[in-house]
Design a protein around this ligand. Structure first.
Ligand code: SF4
Ligand code: SF4
Ligand code: SF4
Length: 648
């Protein structure tokens, strides 16, 4: 109750900080005027890419195109103006009902005004293209900003509210910024009371059924990506992967359940089957030090590569080509086929899930971010594990296979390495394994340099992806366009920027900030320890930025998903009568608010974890302030920049 009360007070204080500028900016509305703007469309952008007007301004828009047909799709104002290269007039449709009679005009006029209270709350709308104009058509967008920008003012005020509370917490013993003091406080055994839930977890059937469903989905993705339409926005495989699955993975599964995707992931299925020769009861026998019989060469993975380095490289390679993957369904499909083949081949050579542990690009994401999750698999009693000699969880037993990730549950302190395959819940003969629910963002710091680098890379990519996919700058699209423009030279520069930022610049900045904090605070910790602790503080904000990035990926495409379900290959089918429904985005006016809220929440948790990472050092408040200040400035600067990006 006390914690709940203090949370409410904190939220009210932060809101208070936000409300002041949000109200003040309402007094700076300029008198409405007429604005005459010419919008030029081209593959893949609009010029101007940002239209900034005042509330109530009357807009007079004229259009032209440099190449093929485009459209000016502005759903919040019920406008879809089709632009043709052959004429200087546009045909204007209603986005709410495109079957209504259209009209042709040379100049499109409308007032920059929303109905009712929305007039004060909505400042940003994206104008997009709704005529397929090439493989990167989905990236063609610009933004209309109506001033004053209440959301921007409110969010920036909230940032200062968070900083105020954070600084107060450093100097106040009675602070409530850190919600849980004890490291394991808030862990609740989910299986303690529910025998039914335990049965579901331990039984192999529910997991196998979910796995078969996931496998079926993967085959649909492969078939529709490879044989379906080239229009990515109408290809079911592309939409299933990059809109639905990515959203579920990033915004729901990982924050709530950690690596639960790995529980049902079909990628290692055939490899497991190859090694185990059974999906159910373990085969009796001995393989090396393990209590199960495995086939295949079952070689040890090279010791020098037993870290996150390879998966970081694979993750960055996929990230570098991400726009090609999203824009070209065939490339997407072939990548998925490779992701099925490689783990299977590797399982014939190396022991257990070598692919999952050292290569998988998905685990490069879910590994670090599962540390934020509200679910954790751990032992029930540490004493039982300490006394346990056979280590069934790690070595296997007659009831369950050895941990495919090589873990001894008694030693697990963090979520990153455990693939939540649930095998140990079957193999532990002492029934000493359970699932805990716990507060969000409970794990602090990073354990070693490779984990720190991985964390910083996924953090950096959340920003790069946002800029690439939601930035209005057409020049950015040119840098990644190797599909129809074949800009390989620009792409090379882009790749260098992505890799340097992820591996050198951001880690370098975090190292410098850690060095400054360590030196100024005169802490006993080494610079490396401060660096590892500080890099962990990037996780919450990074995670929030990832969620903010995937929200529009799904919300913009909801109706395209419905269309593609009726016509999965884009071959003119209409199974459910939804193949030709008009395009509507899901709550477009709400998206900037959600994104700003996520950034603020991420900043809050990042600052909280930053502070908690050093609290056990028994530093004076001044030392604590000095050691955390550089990272705090960095995190706040990123949060402010991203708030401006998402809302303005
Ligand atoms: S680590 Fe990768 S391949 Fe392995 S189960 Fe998880 S997501 Fe699937
Ligand atoms: S989890 Fe079970 S098998 Fe593993 S160490 Fe603990 S008691 Fe032993
Ligand atoms: S500790 Fe190992 S066996 Fe247990 S759920 Fe995690 S990965 Fe699976």
């Amino acid at each position: 109750m006390k914690i709940f009360k203090s949370r409410i007070i904190n939220i009210l204080i932060i809101f208070g900080f936000g409300l002041i500028p949000a109200l003040v900016c309402q007094f700076f509305v300029q008198a409405p005027t007429d604005r005459y703007i010419h919008v030029r469309s081209f593959r893949y952008g609009k010029d101007p890419s940002v239209i900034r007007v005042n509330r109530g301004d009357k807009l007079h828009l004229t259009f032209s195109t440099d190449d093929t047909g485009h459209s000016f799709f502005l759903e919040e104002f019920d406008i879809d103006a089709k632009i043709s290269p052959a004429r200087d007039k546009v045909e204007v449709f209603k986005t709410s009902d495109p079957t209504q009679k259209s009209y042709i005009t040379k100049e499109l006029t409308f007032t920059a005004k929303h109905p009712g209270i929305l007039n004060y709350l909505v400042a940003k709308s994206n104008y997009r293209c709704h005529v397929w104009c090439g493989p990167m058509h989905a990236f063609e967008l610009g933004k209309l900003i109506i001033l004053p920008n209440t959301l921007l003012a409110f969010s920036l005020g909230c940032v200062f509210g968070i900083l105020f509370l954070w600084i107060l917490s450093l100097f106040s013993a009675a602070s409530n910024f850190s919600i849980e003091e004890d490291k394991n406080a808030g862990y609740k055994d989910l299986l303690k009371k529910s025998g039914f839930l335990r049965k579901i977890i331990v039984s192999r059937w529910p997991q196998t059924i979910l796995l078969i469903i996931a496998m079926t989905m993967i085959y649909i993705v492969i078939l529709t990506s490879v044989f379906g339409t080239n229009m990515a926005g109408r290809n079911l495989g592309v939409l299933m992967m990059w809109a639905i699955w990515l959203f579920l993975l990033v915004a729901i599964l990982t924050p709530l359940f950690g690596r639960v995707w790995c529980t049902v992931c079909p990628l290692p299925f055939f490899g497991d089957l190859l090694q185990r020769r059974s999906n159910f009861t373990p085969v009796d026998g001995k393989t090396k030090e393990y209590n199960n019989w495995y086939s295949g060469l079952f070689l040890k993975w090279p010791a020098k590569l037993q870290n996150d380095l390879l998966k970081l490289i694979v993750f960055l390679v996929i990230a570098t080509f991400s726009t090609t993957l999203v824009a070209d369904p065939k490339v997407s499909g072939i990548t998925v086929i490779m992701l099925l083949l490689v783990p299977t081949l590797m399982a014939g050579i190396w022991e257990f899930r070598a692919f999952c542990r050292y290569i998988c690009p998905v685990s490069a994401f879910v590994g670090p971010f599962s540390r934020m999750s509200t679910l954790a698999l751990r032992s029930k009693s540490q004493q039982v594990c300490d006394r346990c000699k056979p280590h069934y969880c790690q070595k296997g037993s007659t009831e369950g296979w050895a941990c495919p990730y090589g873990l001894n549950v008694g030693e697990i302190k963090e979520n990153s390495d455990c693939g939540l395959c649930l095998e140990c819940t079957r193999s532990c003969m002492y029934n000493n394994i359970t699932l805990y629910s716990r507060p969000l963002g409970s794990e602090l710091g990073t354990r070693n340099l490779s984990e720190a680098w991985l964390t910083m890379a996924v953090f950096t990519l959340s920003i790069i992806y946002s800029v690439l996919y939601e930035g209005q700058w057409p020049v950015v699209r040119d840098f990644v366009n190797i599909l129809d423009k074949q800009n390989w030279d620009l792409f090379g520069i882009y790749a260098i920027i992505v890799w340097t930022l992820s591996l050198v610049i951001i880690p370098g900045i975090v190292y410098l900030l850690s060095y400054t904090g360590a030196k100024s605070s005169k802490t006993q910790r080494s610079i490396k320890e401060v660096f590892l602790a500080s890099s962990g503080a990037l996780l919450p904000l990074g995670f929030a930025l990832w969620i903010a990035f995937v929200i529009p990926m799904l919300f913009v495409n909801v109706t395209f998903i419905t269309q593609s379900i009726s016509d999965p290959f884009g071959w003119g089918w209409d199974f459910f009568g939804t193949a030709n429904i008009p395009w509507h985005q899901f709550v477009p006016r709400l998206v900037p608010w959600l994104q700003a809220g996520l950034v603020l929440t991420g900043l809050w948790f990042s600052l909280r974890n930053l502070k908690k990472s050093f609290e056990s050092d028994k530093l004076t408040p001044r030392q604590l302030f000095l050691i955390t200040l550089p990272m705090c400035v960095f995190l706040s600067a990123i949060a402010i920049t991203m708030i401006i990006f998402y809302t303005n």
